[in-house]
Design a protein around this ligand. Structure first.
Ligand code: ZN
Length: 343
């Protein structure tokens, strides 16, 4: 069946861009889920689906491997309590992002809170220090005002136990429900630096009122500098910012709020913003289509008996361990909330 094999290989190659060889792998840690939201398998599945949009990104993130004198502390907001938390010598694999996911009763209309974690260390080689600060996305010691890229070990996302959540990915929310997938996508974007990274802050023009985002991909997508939510702390697009998703108009995922019954995927403008802060974004198709493509790929590889190579390209030459860097401490990045729109 040589001919059939060749046909199958051609189809697999044509579909290849949908499933990049090198991609990010998000690990969720539910051990701090005080509110118990993630004891519901539907909640876990919806968060995994939200993660898939970010796992498609092509950045290579350095591993964090404590040991041999390298020691560090990861700091983050406990998603089950809202208090500061830390873990000593968390190991993070190459391209892995480690996120504590949990729930609690969050006061007011806030549906979710998300942000990247911080770190501290007292002694580390330069490669180790670079890995915990930026995962190799920028050189250790680059001043915050000069950073044009972003990389993090992970962080935390928290969701309100009091919201009337819709966890049904295919069905979508009723008017009385808040869509969990949409809020999860939003909070994960904050972990990935939207509104929280120095490379985001460095692209804010505080001259106009409201402040504007001047990243080149966003400006190209929007047709000019993009208005942000009102000062003093602009970490979202302006309320009601309209962009498009798969060619159809949609309110941006990264404006500050969501209404009942609304499903919001990452729009073209959201992807542009993530590009501007340093990510090599790859757009995923809608969930239904993604599942079909994955199933087709499995079938075709089975038919053609293709040896599947998922090996990463060799890691380029790393500098030998340097003298130990000075002690550094980095507070957890500020977290971002996402609120229910009134009315
Ligand atoms: Zn937000």
């Amino acid at each position: 069946m040589r001919g059939a094999g060749r046909v199958a290989v051609a189809v697999v190659l044509a579909l290849a861009p949908v499933r990049p060889a090198a991609a990010i792998d998000i690990t969720f840690d539910y051990s701090l889920d005080a509110g118990g939201l993630f004891s519901n398998p539907q909640a876990v599945a919806a968060l995994d689906q939200a993660a898939a949009y970010f796992e498609a990104f092509l950045d290579d993130l350095d591993a964090i491997t404590p040991g041999g004198g390298n020691s560090w502390t990861a700091s983050f907001t406990n998603p089950g309590t809202g208090s500061a938390a830390s873990v000593v010598d968390l190991g993070v694999l190459q391209d892995e992002v480690y996120i504590f996911a949990g729930s609690r009763s969050i006061p007011g209309s806030t549906l979710g809170i998300g942000g990247p974690g911080g770190f501290s260390f007292s002694s580390a080689t330069l490669p180790f220090a670079t890995a915990i600060q930026s995962r190799g996305e920028f050189a250790f010691g680059t001043p915050p005002a000069s950073r044009t890229d972003f990389g993090m070990w992970g962080g935390s996302v928290a969701f309100d136990t009091g919201a009337s959540w819709n966890f049904d990915i295919a069905g979508g929310p009723s008017l009385a429900q808040v869509d969990f997938l949409s809020v999860a996508i939003h909070e994960l974007a904050h972990v990935f630096g939207f509104g929280t990274a120095d490379s985001f802050d460095n692209l804010i023009d505080f001259g106009p009122d409201p402040a504007e985002f001047t990243g080149s991909a966003s400006v190209l997508e929007w047709g000019g500098a993009v208005p942000l939510e009102a000062d003093p702390d602009p970490g979202h697009w302006a309320e009601g910012t309209l962009s498009s998703y798969l060619g159809s108009p949609q309110e941006a995922a990264m404006d500050p709020s969501i209404s009942g019954g609304m499903r919001k995927y990452l729009t073209d403008l959201d992807y542009a913003g993530l590009t501007d802060i340093g990510w090599q974004v790859v757009m995923l198709p809608e969930p239904e289509r993604g599942l079909l493509v994955a199933a087709a790929l499995m079938l075709l590889t089975g038919l053609a008996s293709m040896p599947r190579s998922r090996r990463r390209p060799p890691v380029s030459g790393r500098p030998r361990p340097r003298p130990r860097s000075r002690a550094r401490r980095r507070a957890p990045r500020r977290s971002r909330d996402f609120v229910r729109a009134s009315g």
